[in-house]
Write a protein that binds this ligand. Sequence first.
Ligand code: SAM
Length: 208
Amino acid sequence: MFNNIADNIIKDFNKIKDKLHKILSTTVLEECLILYNLVRQLEDHSIIVEIGTGLGRTAVTMGYGCIGKNSIVYTTDNYAESDTYSEWGMKEHNQGNWNFEQAKKNIENFEVKQYIKQYNLDSIEFSKIFKEESIDLLFIDDCHEYNFVKSEINIWKNKIKKKGIMCGHDFTVRLNEQNTVARAVLDSDIVRNGLFIKNSIWIVKRWW
Ligand SMILES: C[S@@+](CC[C@H](N)C(=O)[O-])C[C@H]1O[C@@H](n2cnc3c(N)ncnc32)[C@H](O)[C@@H]1O
């Protein structure tokens, strides 16, 4: 039974991965598969929130997870790091334009656009939109500074439903350094009852 579910998820993901690959992103396709899987496992009518839209690869991935479930992905980005990412995009992939409009264009190319609500807000401002215990899955992929991530986790953690999922990207990036996402996650009390790491995605189920 379990294998059938896993096989189906992988089969479905294989149908979309070439399209996802066309969106410039720092999240690799194996990690998109993990996110897709997490979203597929949620109940119908789930609320999914992403902080750090970038150019939309992960938002679209999670949008595919909403098909047939009437779930919604709310995604935001303040594009504060636009210059850095545009420079990286130009250098590595000959694509600049790391901004809201480009992300919107990318998302609109996908059949799942109706499941994605895109915002241009800072994480902290965005958090004010959501009530306590209202989110089924939160994916954090924005600023990677230790102090920011630590306070961001605190601001968002009670917005997650009981037994909901809080997860994020870049856990394994610069793992041996102090000022990293990994340190901030490990120093936070949300990990007290366990933490899953898959590729560079960290995942915690709400127990608090
Ligand atoms: C690694 S990228 C996101 C990539 C995207 N999740 C994907 O994989 O397709 C990180 C994004 O977080 C955004 N960001 C940084 N600080 C932010 C903040 N305080 N609030 C909202 N977005 C922020 C940056 O502008 C950048 O576009």
